[in-house]
Design a protein around this ligand. Structure first.
Ligand SMILES: [Zn+2]
Length: 292
């Protein structure tokens, strides 16, 4: 178990768990397992120093999904709509049946519609006593910022990311997660991004994109000077984004070709500024805005 999850369990045992948790990343199954264990810790009748006993009536009911104070909510269709949230809201505001804590686990919280998310927000702003809400999502970015800002974020790395993180040693986990995602799950690239600085890289790419969209040479000029290593790194990350965009149908394959060509030229010891300018020009001509 990683340190973050261990701390979470400790907080639950000591009765000082945050009212709202946002689980993101990793596998939905792992998120569910942790949510279930927290529910058991909070409601176990015979807790041990290591955690829930797993054999009392509360532990067993929670495990089988039959505990009246542990509510699981997941989308019935592709979205999680307002009707579902309102029905759930009613149950949350009822008094506790048998548990110490009322726990709600909202799976695929990134599928909440805007009205549903706003209804949820009302509960979050004034949570009933001894209530814990756990939002599970693949991506934290899919959650309304007003909800995100009220939640304690709990990031779940998957196995390949976890081994990568272990090798890195002490780093800012949130930043490492961003680097890993930007790299398209490529460990070497993720390490390079982290060493360079995630926000520096994102800022440069964002400005490059704006310069291309607006066909603005002045904005393009303000992106220099950069050295060759920087240029190689930026192009690699832009290629990952383009690949992603092509799969989603938001980016024309031409863009990936142009980025690939620029990377090849750069490897032949050409001035990085020249390569980036030529790439921008090619993208201007395609009228091709770099999309997200
Ligand atoms: Zn128990």
């Amino acid at each position: 178990m990683n340190l973050q999850l261990a701390l979470l369990e400790k907080a639950a045992r000591e009765g000082r768990l945050a009212h709202l948790l946002l689980f993101h990343g990793g596998s939905a199954l792992h998120q569910r397992e942790v949510a279930l264990r927290l529910a058991q810790i909070l409601n176990c009748d015979l807790p041990t120093p290591e955690g829930p006993c797993l054999s009392c009536s509360a532990c067993r009911k929670i495990f089988s999904g039959n505990h009246p104070d542990v509510l699981w909510l997941k989308p019935l269709k592709t979205t999680l709509g307002i009707e579902q949230v309102l029905a759930w809201q009613e149950k949350v505001s009822l008094r506790h049946y048998e548990g110490n804590y009322k726990i709600s686990v909202i799976e695929h919280a990134d599928a909440l519609t805007l009205p549903a998310a706003n209804a949820l927000l009302k509960i979050i702003e004034e949570p009933p006593e001894r209530t814990v809400i756990i939002l599970c999502a693949e991506n934290a970015e899919g959650i309304l910022p007003t909800i995100q800002s009220r939640a304690q974020l709990v990031y779940f790395p998957d196995l390949s990311e976890e081994t990568w993180l272990e090798r890195l040693g002490e780093v800012d986990r949130q930043e490492a997660a961003q680097a890993f995602s930007l790299s398209g799950r490529n460990q070497n690239l993720a390490t390079a991004i982290l060493e360079h600085g995630v926000s520096l890289l994102q800022e440069w790419i964002r400005k490059f994109r704006i310069a291309v969209e607006e066909e603005d040479f002045l904005k393009l000029f303000s992106l220099f000077p950069i050295d060759k290593n920087q240029a190689v790194l930026y192009l690699q990350v832009m290629a990952v984004k383009a690949q992603d965009g092509i799969q989603k149908g938001t980016v024309h394959p031409f863009e990936l070709l142009a980025i690939g060509k620029a990377s090849d030229v750069l490897r032949q010891q050409v001035n990085p500024r020249l390569v980036i300018e030529v790439l921008a020009l090619e993208l201007f001509q395609q009228g091709g805005a770099l999309c997200d």
